[in-house]
Design a protein around this ligand. Structure first.
Ligand code: SAH
Ligand code: SF4
Ligand code: F3S
Length: 487
């Protein structure tokens, strides 16, 4: 990422009123504060960024971390830090509950370290009921901001450091995209890249369009430039991120399709692998299938959320495809790209879902043979159309249906995984395997990811991290492989 020379910023002038220079100015101001505070305390100041939710939040957290590190904070790996920020998710209620639980634990830490600052941001903060609850039940929180003004983090941080009490800044929406802020990546060899923000689909159960705002695509030049900078910095795999990448480019001045963007990304030298998330079935084009098929770099994995296999429920979900359209699309992709892994998301217990509807979903799982599926229990989100539907399914019925679906999903995933036994693939080695593996415990193992997103453990050491190696998939153990390196 662009390195910023904060020494060239004159913090005695007024702040610039254009971005991102205004934020650089506040990073420099924060740095001055951090320096003064750490010389007062006789130790460095530390920060902890904790992420809930999806890859988009994970990427946002890398930006928060980048700004904190630029301001002079050192990374702490626990919540025992001088500045702690939770980047929150509100897609299902259990995500919210986890945030409240962790926040409760922070109260004691702050008592022991009175100069500690606590901040909250992300999707949950876009809900006014959440803000009210924090005001009354967690008054020790110092800074709250939302998803639309995250680019102003340096400015908000500075004001929060300089003042006492709770600072809250939440915007309803934005049409802005601010480029060129610092980023601290979690992995040196792979990275997420936002290609678009927000969502216009309004699936009836989903809160995301309300908390992330309307769909906005980044300019292709900005995306390509960012990926080139990343590859120059050692990144070999990128994941293009958006709530619905298949509608990329529609609101640009010079409109461009997602498939066209992929072809541009493919040309980037040094880049070895391209992934993307998430594809909405209603917008997945034949052009995209052809581009994936002919690509050397696009991974053999497609995440294609089904949500339900019942056309009646899909209609109530406002998904805008039928069971048959989904199955036809998945089968077309399987026939065009035979070695592709198709994974999905399924919601159980959407209002009005009957045992017959569940059978329809199970039928799709069996027909498409998903390589993996994330199954979620429907969570009522205030303000969404589904929350107002009258026929909410009783909890006991949902639990029963969930268990039944999970079993089919797991059996299918195991069958799919076993297909590759004895074949050779390429794996990007991501980390040293933390778990001791029984008989092989005397030998150290590393964990790699295949193009189709499956995990393989092979003998090796930390020096292999970030490398793409040929592996033979010797033994399938349920959902992952034990393998060996091949020349
Ligand atoms: N944009 C992506 C999904 C983002 S949310 C897409 O359309 O595919 C990730 C997943 O969370 C969704 O695919 C859905 O399965 C699940 N989800 C969203 N809202 C939910 C809710 N209210 N209850 C349960 N699961 C939900
Ligand atoms: Fe939510 Fe639907 Fe948008 Fe995905 S496409 S984020 S499920 S509204
Ligand atoms: Fe959660 Fe927000 Fe992502 S609600 S799933 S973190 S877009």
């Amino acid at each position: 990422m662009k390195t910023i020379d904060l020494d060239t910023v004159d913090i005695h002038l007024d702040p610039p009123d254009f971005e991102p220079q205004r934020q650089y100015y506040f990073m420099a101001k924060c740095r001055e504060y951090v320096r003064a505070e750490s010389s007062r305390l006789g130790r460095p100041l530390t920060c902890g960024v904790f992420t809930f939710g999806c890859q988009m939040n994970a990427r946002d957290s890398e930006k928060l971390e980048g700004i904190l590190r630029t301001a002079g904070y050192e990374a702490a790996d626990s919540e025992d830090a001088d500045f702690v920020i939770f980047n929150t998710c509100t897609v299902r209620d259990n995500a919210n509950q986890r945030v409240y639980g962790r926040l409760g634990e922070l109260k004691g830490r702050k008592r022991r370290n009175p100069s500690m600052k606590i901040a909250l941001c992300g999707c949950m903060m876009q809900e006014s009921s959440v803000i009210e609850k924090i005001r009354t039940s967690y008054p020790f929180v110092d800074l709250i901001f939302g998803t639309h003004n995250i680019y102003k983090f340096a400015e908000l941080l500075y004001h929060s450091l300089e003042t006492e009490g709770m600072l809250i800044d939440i915007w309803k929406d934005t049409d802005r995209i601010v480029e060129n802020l610092p980023v601290e990546r979690k992995y040196p060899f792979k990275s997420g890249i936002n290609i678009m923000f927000g969502c216009n689909n309004f699936c009836s159960y989903c809160i995301v369009p309300y908390v992330r705002g309307r769909e906005r695509s980044r300019e292709p030049e900005d995306i390509i430039r960012e990926i080139k900078e990343l590859t120059a910095d050692g990144v070999v795999e990128v994941m293009l991120l958006g709530q619905n990448v298949n509608s990329y480019g529609k609101n640009l001045n010079h409109s461009m399709t997602f498939a066209e963007l992929l072809q541009e990304v493919e040309k980037i030298e040094g880049l070895r692998r391209i992934r993307f998330m998430t594809s909405h079935p209603k917008d997945l084009s034949d052009e995209l299938i052809q581009v994936m098929k002919n690509s050397q770099k696009i991974c053999r994995h497609l995440h294609l959320p089904l949500q339900s296999g019942s056309t009646r429920i899909l209609q109530r979900m406002n998904r805008r495809y039928t069971k048959e359209q989904y199955v036809d699309l998945a089968m077309k992709i399987r026939s065009q790209i035979p070695d592709i892994a198709i994974t999905t998301d399924i919601i159980v217990g959407f209002p009005g879902e009957t045992p017959e509807d569940l059978e329809e979903t199970i039928d799709v799982v069996r027909t498409v043979q998903f390589d993996n599926a994330f199954t979620f229990i429907y969570s009522k989100r205030t303000g969404t159309p589904a929350a107002a539907m009258e026929d909410q399914v009783p909890e006991a019925q949902v639990k029963k249906n969930f268990d039944r679906l999970l079993k089919v999903v797991q059996d299918t995933a195991r069958e799919q995984a076993a297909k590759y036994e004895g074949t050779i693939g390429e794996a990007l080695i991501e980390e040293v395997n933390q778990e001791d593996d029984g008989a092989q415990s005397c030998q150290s193992l590393v964990t790699g990811r295949l193009s189709n997103n499956m995990i393989v453990h092979v003998p090796g050491d930390a020096s292999m991290i970030g490398k793409i190696v040929r592996v033979s998939l010797d033994e399938c153990r349920g959902f992952y492989y034990m393998g060996t390196i091949r020349p």
